[in-house]
Design a protein around this ligand. Structure first.
Ligand code: PA5
Length: 465
């Protein structure tokens, strides 16, 4: 049966790595732990804790997002997503993968799919530029925060709301749409008071697992992306990732092999290297998912473990000329996962003209596609890694379309969920992030968040030069 996504993990095993990778017997030996991890996660799902498993079935939210997009005035040509972390990385990954390349630069005409912008951060320089460049009449602002009160997002919202109320008066409310917890948090209350349209993030879905809620689907619908295809692909992969046997459950096998390479073979780094520009932001989304879910001080039974793998997002062929030297010859502390597409959306053929034929350094490129070049670079990179017995796997999408992307996102979400119990940690909390949030509130003097001795950005010690 052909799937929109193929996962090839042979390069993570002894079949390719010899003594540097697990044999079939080793893999059979860690199957019981994998089964236990799956049972642990599915028990939590069955108790209603892990809503992300059910999102591919939620067609009502997709319909509501599409209805919102259809009802936008034709003059609106831009949506700015105000959010950070899981409230921004998911929709950005969808947009980068599925919208036409360099979409924000394309000229707009009324009724076209809208361009999306993701300021992400609270950097005043970016914010000033966005306020200057986005015509208030032609822009809607989607403020996204699960908790409702994250400082960076609250700051963006407060600046934008005041700006719009000054420019548009009472019509400002038609240009803000809030995506947040159904009941709790400052944004829910503010939206109700101001009359802003709202979408829900289900209480049982955490920020970094929220890409298939309205967090991702609303901006995707506004940008004209295929949200139904996304959910179809996600559902098919979700079903593949529920099986008990790691040999046929791609998420369970991926989680088990990455965990094995970390704890048994000392390889805590996972490089997700996209050989399709459109998928680089998906690698960046994964960087948050894997890091924030698995990097933990304490195990689920309360021991101090200070564990967790380090994900790295890379771009091929670009990072062959930046990072690959380290991956090929540096410490044996990495697993590389290639992310590619069997069929590229378009091809640019290198002309076989006089200039190309004029030199040996050019001649071999004549009549070849740039995609063919990129695939050759990918094969070269895989070859250079496997020649040195460095673990490398491949995730190949049939093509970069909505069903394949939905499958990829769910594969990585399920692998992250299953990796949690393998590491002995809860993949669904983030106490370290919460602590940084609390200390930042204290630095700003927010009531109820006092902290003593917050370090200055630059101190006065002996080694300050
Ligand atoms: O995954 C997470 O929970 C975090 O990365 C959050 O998405 C991030 O901190 C933003 O939080 P919120 O959506 O509550 O503003």
């Amino acid at each position: 049966m052909s799937h929109p996504l193929t996962l090839d993990l042979t390069g993570l095993t002894a079949a390719v790595l010899g003594e540097h990778g697990p044999t079939d017997a080793d893999i059979a030996a860690f199957a019981p732990a994998a089964r236990e991890a799956r049972a642990n996660i599915l028990a939590r799902r069955d108790q209603g804790e892990l809503g992300f498993f059910g999102l591919p079935d939620d067609r009502a939210t997709a319909r509501a997002c599409l209805d919102y997009a259809r009802a936008l005035p034709p003059a609106v040509d831009t949506m700015v997503v105000l959010g950070i972390g899981g409230s921004s990385l998911g929709p950005r990954a969808l947009y980068s993968a599925l919208a036409p390349a360099l979409d924000p630069l394309r000229p707009r005409s009324p009724g076209m799919p809208r361009r999306l912008l993701f300021p992400d951060n609270a950097d005043p320089v970016t914010m000033r530029a966005i306020l200057e460049l986005c015509d208030p009449e032609r822009t809607v602002w989607n403020v996204v925060t699960k908790s409702g009160g994250t400082a960076e997002t609250a700051a963006q919202l407060l600046v934008v709301a005041e700006h719009l109320e000054r420019k548009l008066g009472a019509r400002a409310k038609d240009h803000i749409v809030a995506t947040t917890d159904p009941e709790r948090g400052a944004l829910r209350a503010t939206a109700a008071a101001r009359g802003w349209k709202t979408f829900d993030i289900p209480a049982s879905v955490g920020g970094r697992f929220s890409v298939l809620t309205a967090v991702g689907l609303l901006p995707a619908a506004v940008a004209g992306l295929d949200v139904v295809g996304l959910l179809d692909g996600a559902r098919a992969m979700r079903d593949r990732c529920l099986g008990e046997d790691p040999a046929s459950n791609p998420a369970l096998l991926l989680a088990s092999l990455l965990h094995h390479h970390h704890v048994v073979r000392g390889r805590p780094m996972v490089v997700l290297m996209a050989y399709v520009d459109a998928l680089f932001d998906t690698a960046d989304w994964f960087r948050q998912l894997w890091a924030e879910s698995l990097g933990k001080e304490k195990s689920t039974d309360g021991r101090v473990v200070e564990t967790g793998p380090t994900p790295i997002a890379a771009r091929g062929a670009t990072d062959q000329h930046s990072q690959l030297q380290l991956y090929v010859e540096g410490p044996r502390d990495k697993v590389v996962l290639m992310l590619t597409a069997r069929q590229r959306e378009t091809e640019v053929v290198i002309p076989d003209g006089e200039l190309t034929r004029s030199r040996d350094e050019y001649r071999y490129l004549g009549d070849r596609g740039m995609g063919v070049l990129l695939d050759a670079e990918l094969r070269g990179t895989i070859g250079s890694l496997t020649n040195r017995r460095r673990p490398v796997g491949t995730i190949e999408l049939a093509r970069v379309d909505a069903p394949s992307l939905g499958a990829l996102l769910v594969l990585l979400e399920c692998a992250t969920a299953y990796a949690g119990p393998l590491y002995g940690v809860d993949p669904f909390d983030q106490p370290g992030v919460e602590e940084a949030k609390r200390l930042a509130y204290a630095a700003l003097g927010r009531a109820g968040f006092e902290a003593k001795d917050l370090p200055p950005i630059v101190g006065e010690g002996r080694y300050v030069l």
